[in-house]
Design a protein around this ligand. Structure first.
Ligand SMILES: Nc1ncnc2c1ncn2[C@@H]1O[C@H](COP(=O)(O)OP(=O)(O)OP(=O)(O)O)[C@@H](O)[C@H]1O
Ligand SMILES: [Mg+2]
Length: 241
């Protein structure tokens, strides 16, 4: 199944995410391990896409390639018109700071910083010239938007799992990324809180016209997305609704 953007030099592509013919192979010992095989798909701005599939099928690996954290062995990954495969390490780091927001399954919050400072730090890194006072005001507002207005001074250890998840979401969205990637963002949450986090992710991303790609094992959450892609042993297919 292919939904690839038209080829051709300078041809404008409406797709925010354009993945074409991607293979991802790791060498483990002497044998190559084929993790992704000929993966191709496009995602438009403001589209919400769920990725489902068995454990070990390659979902996290695909998010890593989309976030510029790993490079494909073959094929092309372009985000917002920029081909990641040709970028230097420095340019990739700049891309990650400005264009993409990532919510990892384990939240990677900095334990010694308050919720507000965790979010603020991401913004200060993305926009180095920004006045500290403005960064703090914006991070407080982002935390209020995820329902944590009265928890901004709490350190991660003093927050529940669901609250930490929402801090991680606020951090991923604070620099207004064009693409939000979330790896099982509700994996550790009860059903109600999980549904709330997904709704927040949809609302905030749609307000910012961002594309959202999230991995989930929950068919009910996947069904809320505009599209569902299924990963099976490194191959990606789409069931048309
Ligand atoms: N750095 C690595 N070295 C060797 N093998 C790896 C590496 N990273 C991933 N793999 C392998 O690649 C396959 C795909 O892993 P990946 O993490 O993408 O799966 P997943 O679909 O996200 O699974 P889960 O649902 O369990 O999170 C797995 O078999 C995994 O063992
Ligand atoms: Mg995974």
């Amino acid at each position: 199944m292919r939904t690839t953007a038209p080829e051709g030099r300078g041809a404008p592509s409406a797709a925010l995410v354009a993945v074409a013919g991607v293979d991802y192979t790791l060498k483990v010992g002497s044998a190559p391990l084929h993790i992704l095989r000929d993966v191709s798909f496009d995602v438009a701005a403001a589209q919400v896409v769920a990725i489902v599939g068995p454990s070990g099928s390659g979902k996290t690996s695909l998010l890593m390639l989309l976030g510029g954290l790993e490079r494909p062995t073959k094929g092309k990954v372009a985000i917002a018109g920029q081909d990641l495969t040709g970028l230097s390490e420095d340019a990739l780091a700049a891309f990650r700071r400005k264009t993409v927001g990532i919510v990892f399954q384990s939240f990677y919050l900095i334990p010694s910083l308050s919720a507000q400072d965790n979010v603020s730090l991401a913004l200060e890194i993305a926009e180095p010239g920004l006045a500290l006072a403005e960064a703090r005001t914006r991070s407080a507002a982002a935390l209020a938007a995820v329902g944590l207005g009265d928890r901004i001074h709490h350190r991660p250890a003093a927050l529940s799992g669901g609250e930490q998840q929402r801090v991680a979401l606020a951090r991923a969205l604070i620099a207004r990324p064009k693409l939000l990637l979330a790896d099982e963002p509700t994996g550790n949450l009860d059903q109600n809180t999980g549904a709330q986090v997904i709704e927040l992710m949809f609302d905030l991303a749609r307000q910012q016209q961002a594309a959202v790609i999230f991995v989930t094992h929950d068919p009910g959450l996947a069904a809320r997305a505009d599209r569902v892609l299924t990963m099976t042993r490194g191959e990606l297919t789409e069931d048309r609704k």
